[in-house]
Structures are given as C-alpha cells and as structure tokens.
Design a protein around this ligand. Structure first.
Ligand code: SME
Length: 155
C-alpha cells in the first residue's frame, strides 16, 4: 500500500474508534496508537489546551515535554495561528522545542471545536528530514476533524 492508501484505511479506522467511544482520553490514546503503528512515526500524540497552556495528552513514542506555552515551539505556533504547521527541518524552525534530539521533521495539526477554537493539537514527529507533505496534511487534518467530535466535548 502506498501512503495515501494507508491513510484512507486509517481514516476509516479512526471513524470507527470515534463512533464507538465518547471518552476523549480513550479516543486520543487509540488514535495515537493507530496512527503510530500504521505510519511508523517516531512520536505521535496530542497536546490538549488546559488552563492557558498545552498539556501533554495521550501519545506513542519517547517521553515528551509536558507543558507548552501559547505561541511557543511548533505546537504552540499551530495553536496560536489556528493552522497546520509543517516543519521539514526542525533545526530551521525558530523556537522548536526539542523534546527528543532524534526528531528531525514535524507536523502539527489543530483540533478545533464547533466554533473553530483550538482545543488540542495532534503532533507527529519523524526521525527523518522532510517526512511530511500535503498528503500527510490532508489526511491528518481529516483525522483531527473526526477526533474533534469527542475531544472537544466537555469531560
Ligand atoms: N517539538 C514540539 C514539542 C513537542 S514534541 O515534539 C513531542 C514543538 O516544538 O512544539
């Protein structure tokens, strides 16, 4: 299967995971695992907006930073700009937060509620440069929109 075919399967799997569960942590945990396993990413997970900061949520991969301020790093930039941020080379991104020195490229996608407000971000890291392109962006934005149905509901 090529990348696009794997993403198409993943999107269906994510839909099933979300349809059957209304617990935000459970959904973020399973979606991180599904993405990580299917795509072979280095780090795959969520940061959730809480008390004016991004807080580490469910993830797969190495230990990561637990809090990120608004506008800081790639995740804080995606939150502040309410837009996906694609970073082909983390060393070229001013303010990149190196949770793992092995991370070389990154994509961060906002998870928005019905009003368009960012409630979480989906962060994916790779150990290779230039790992993410517009195909990743397209399907990961679909995944973010699907998980938003559960993640953006109050606990
Ligand atoms: N590199 C991210 C921080 C999170 S870790 O990659 C898991 C950033 O600059 O926001």
């Amino acid at each position: 299967m090529n990348k696009e075919e794997r993403y198409l399967q993943l999107v269906e799997q994510v839909r099933v995971l979300v349809d059957g569960e209304d617990d935000a942590v459970a959904v973020m945990a399973n979606v991180s695992a599904a993405l990580h396993e299917a795509m072979g990413f280095w780090w795959t997970g969520f940061y959730v907006v809480r008390n004016g900061q991004l807080r580490l949520g469910p993830f797969q991969g190495p230990v990561a930073c637990t809090r990120i301020a608004h506008g800081r790093g790639v995740c804080g930039t995606a939150w502040a700009s309410n837009a996906t941020v694609l970073v082909p080379d983390v060393e070229q991104f001013p303010g990149h937060i190196a949770c793992s020195s092995d991370s070389r490229s990154e994509i961060v996608v906002p998870v928005r509620d019905d009003t368009g407000t960012v409630q979480a971000v989906l962060d994916i890291d790779s150990r290779e440069l230039n790992s993410f392109d517009n195909i990743d962006q397209h399907y990961l934005e679909r995944v973010a929109d699907i998980v938003a149905q559960v993640v953006c509901k109050p606990y």
